[in-house]
Design a protein around this ligand. Sequence first.
Ligand code: NAD
Length: 419
Amino acid sequence: MSEDVNPFESLQEQIDDAAAYLDVGPDVLERLKRPERVLETNLSVELDDGSIELFEAYRSQFNGDRGPYKGGIRYHPNVSRDEVKALSGWMVYKCAVVDIPYGGGKGGIVVDPREYSASELERLTRSYAKELRPLIGPDKDIPAPDVNTGQREMNWIKDTYETLENTTAPGTITGKALTSGGSEGRVEATGRSVMLTAREAFEYLGKDIAEATVAVQGFGNAGSVAAELIADDLGASVVAVSDSSGAVYDPAGLDVAAAKAHKMETGALTGFDGAESELTNRELLTLDADLVIPAALENAIDEDIAEDVRTDMIVEAANGPLTPDADDVLTDRDVAVFPDVLANAGGVTVSYFEWVQNRQRFNWTEQRVNDELERVITEAFDGLTDAYEARDLPSYRTAAYVVAIQRVAKAADESGVFP
Ligand code: NAD
């Protein structure tokens, strides 16, 4: 894993790579490479012992030409201004790839939530929500969960916003609990789109996923659901999964549900007695599997690891899991990489369905959510592979950005510049 690569520079490089195949003016291109605004704030939070601690926090609104800013909120000690900027840009292009009417945003707090009590995290989240209040709202900017945040934090943010605004506005935030205006299928949505992308990718490349072996790095919301659905719905053999404690491996295939139960019980995958052996995360990423799914954090695969990768296919569940150098190496080595902006777009797509339901005050069934998600992801997959073939593009990532940049640039151009 590379700590040195600046994800914001990676994003800008990806945009430049794709723009080389497009007729986009340099003035428009510059607008598509930088956020419109970034909130940087220091939150004062009272801890349980009565002391006050300051927490650095951000919200980046990257581009709103196609609709309200949309994107998650991350709690992690490595959150930085540039990371949040990059993640907000990826949201713009992700929403454009799957053609949902949103721009992109992202937020983060520099915190290791494991070190704080639930009441401290509630005060931190509500303090952050107070700072966000003027910027967010159902028609402005709609946050969602990301690493280390979930329904609990979304509910606190919704409640803080509604209390301060003296209204009910569930569409202010997505990823809420069902009882607070959440959507059926939202928790599984990211893993489901990873599964759908893998299914389409195998079919497109003329391979049988039911015969495939799969390794998944990262066993949180995105990775564990993807692993489970790929095994249960597609019949593939998930041979390795990992979390920050390490990887567990069984060439005969793991019982993913049992591995999940073990992690729930002990807090870590390692020590799972249903596996044949344990591996390092590097060994997992370089396994000779038919499909590798990075589902942890960005920059997980650097140039060095990319040289040793033995799979033919990567489906990116995490955001930005390859450094640009790793991406180049894998393209040169003909590894088919299906990019994050398509593969993990299920999260934002079902967030969009949640927002639609909140605005209509009408709830959909889980079947309807899953059917609509399948339609969105398969259409986006076809759009991406059509562009890949029609323009003879070097990678599926470039194809995704070509499709997305065209859409955002057109909207930006049609909107013009104020004043
Ligand atoms: P999560 O916190 O639920 O899970 C993250 C997992 O990665 C954990 O199992 C953790 O132990 C593991 N991990 C962390 N560092 C690791 C390392 N060095 N090696 C191996 N495993 C490691 O987070 P999540 O929501 O599943 O998000 C994972 C990725 O997917 C992130 O890049 C996130 O931006 C992206 N993503 C998530 C969603 C969503 O809806 N949850 C949507 C789109 C994209």
